[in-house]
Design a binder for this molecule. Structure first.
Ligand code: NAD
Length: 486
């Protein structure tokens, strides 16, 4: 069993009062780590270290050396690839191929991409006329925003954390990361990488612990924090926004979703089944961009539901180390209770259960894990809670539709607006729909595919702000104007 400490000012430290909590494996519920739990003293020490580094060695380094250092961080992550894969597998229980091919490589890429963005960003300038004919030159400079609090979820821990830490550091800020209490490993491991590469102490700090009334709240309320980037539930975003109001601190929020998948009768059938299956069930449905509402044009409906059912019933449960397994558990027993409560509610609300709906039979050594079956329903009204609320599990409701206008209304009738996946061969329709659907990203004949230079974020209650490429600079830098009379 591991013992995990905070990473503050370049050193691994326990809590002063010795508080800790247990991290359990999602696969079999065994305790796999004892994790230090931060109180106000540890959070304060981390923020103080981050402030000191901000004005010290990190600021003196200059852009070129900082960028080179972030490339070195990415290279060191790649060199320790197996350690990061092992950490993410232990924390999340997800299949090896998802972690090794998607989540960890993106973690390394997040450092390189933003280092390159910062190096190549052009400066805005204007020459203006003045009454004396001499004119003036205005130009904008970007400065780091300061100490950034990075509050993270558990569903793709390393990818989502580095997606924030990469641009924050590239822009010259320092960070205090609060990983999810469910996934403390990879953020801790990244501390070792920072020390190996020689990133100055205090630039990257990690405090472990819980949210309300604990490390998360202490961090987001701390007056030494200049801005907060948060990924997680919309409800938590509301609490953090209130904390940020004290001191008028900026926020960037990536929040929940209840995303629609839309399949027209002219779609490539096999590609659409495959795409919708992946979008609903990858990572055991624990993807903010995942599909929990599927709308299929009526002529295709029965065939589509049957094809999706077969795919659900063919999943192979197992540990990440099992080469035959392609389907992992939910993150925790607590999350399983939530998902199973929606499984019960769906039936109570009148759903037709197509497949799943419960806990799969598992061998004795995995019986205590957070396993649930991939689940499909049909027949619910759009007012059902299972169709309206984010479940964040491996399940979706499938409903037929008859026209483009109808399905746009259905897709938009939700408080969230994160993403949509749309399947059709009619490109004119795809363009029309993409403009009409109220989401941050529309995928056409694809899902989970994105050039990291493009803007990413949620509309409506799915987020505030856009990150990605130069868009990240809007949040992580303070843009100032200089006006020189010539
Ligand atoms: P969560 O909101 O429960 O927790 C996220 C983090 O916030 C954790 O580190 C938690 O300890 C902390 N926290 C909780 N309450 C807090 C408080 N009052 N003050 C400060 N910190 C607090 O979310 P989760 O269950 O970890 O993640 C799942 C959610 O994240 C889903 O809703 C999912 O859609 C969303 N998500 C969104 C995106 C996106 O890009 N939009 C990406 C991934 C996950």
């Amino acid at each position: 069993m591991r013992t995990l400490q905070h990473f503050i000012n370049g050193e691994f430290t326990s809590s002063t009062q010795g508080q800790s909590f247990d991290k359990r494996s999602p696969v079999d519920n065994r305790v796999i780590a004892s994790v230090a739990e931060a109180g106000e003293a540890e959070v304060d020490a981390a923020v103080t270290a981050a402030r000191r580094a901000l004005q010290g060695d990190w600021a003196r380094l200059g852009t070129d050396k900082r960028v080179a250092m972030l490339h070195a961080v990415a290279d060191e992550i790649t060199r320790r690839f197996d350690d990061f894969v092992e950490a993410e597998e232990a924390d999340t229980g997800q299949p090896h191929h998802v972690i090794a091919h998607a989540f960890v490589p993106r973690g390394a890429a997040n450092f390189k991409i933003f280092a390159d963005v910062v190096k190549n960003v052009p400066a805005e300038s204007f020459q203006m006329e003045t009454p004396d004919g001499r004119g003036a030159l205005n130009y904008a400079i970007r400065k780091p925003k300061g100490v950034i609090a990075v509050v993270c979820p558990w569903n793709a821990p390393f990818l989502l954390m580095t997606w924030k830490v990469g641009p924050a550091l590239a822009c010259g800020n320092t960070v205090v990361v609060k990983p999810s209490e469910e996934t403390p490993l990879s953020a801790t491991l990244l501390g070792e990488v920072m020390n190996t590469v020689g990133v100055p102490p205090g630039v990257y700090n990690v405090v472990h612990g819980f949210g309300p009334g604990a490390a998360g709240e202490f961090l987001t309320r701390h007056d030494g924090v200049d801005a907060i980037t948060f990924t997680g539930e919309t409800r938590t975003g509301t609490a953090i926004m209130k904390a940020a109001a004290d001191g008028i601190r900026d926020v960037s929020f990536e929040l929940g979703g209840k995303n629609a998948g839309i399949v027209f009768a002219d779609a490539d059938f096999d590609a659409a089944v495959d795409g919708i299956f992946r979008s609903a069930f990858m990572n055991t449905g624990q993807v903010c961009l995942g599909t929990e509402r599927v709308y299929v044009e009526r002529p295709l409906f029965d065939r589509f539901v049957q094809a999706l059912k077969l795919r659900c019933e063919a999943v192979k449960y197992g540990r990440p180390s099992d080469p035959g397994a392609n389907y992992g558990p939910l993150i925790s027993q607590e999350h399983r209770r939530k998902v199973l409560s929606y499984y019960e509610r769906a039936v109570a609300e009148g759903a037709t259960l197509v497949t799943g709906g419960g806990v799969p039979p598992m061998p004795a050594e995995l019986a205590d894990g957070a396993w649930v079956q991939p689940t499909l329903w049909t027949g619910l009204p759009e007012t059902a809670s299972v169709v309206r609320e984010e479940i964040f599990g491996p399940c979706c409701h499938v409903r037929p539709f008859d026209s483009e206008d109808e399905v746009v209304v259905l897709a938009n009738a939700n408080r969230y607006g994160l993403s949509t996946t749309l399947w059709t061969r009619d490109l004119a329709r795809a363009h029309r729909m993409a403009a009409a659907i109220e989401v941050g990203i529309t995928w056409v004949n694809s899902w989970f595919l994105r050039d990291l230079r493009t803007p990413f974020g949620g509309s409506k209650q799915s987020g505030i702000g856009r990150e990605g490429g130069v868009h990240s600079l809007e949040f992580y830098t303070d843009l100032r104007n200089v006006c020189i009379k010539l």
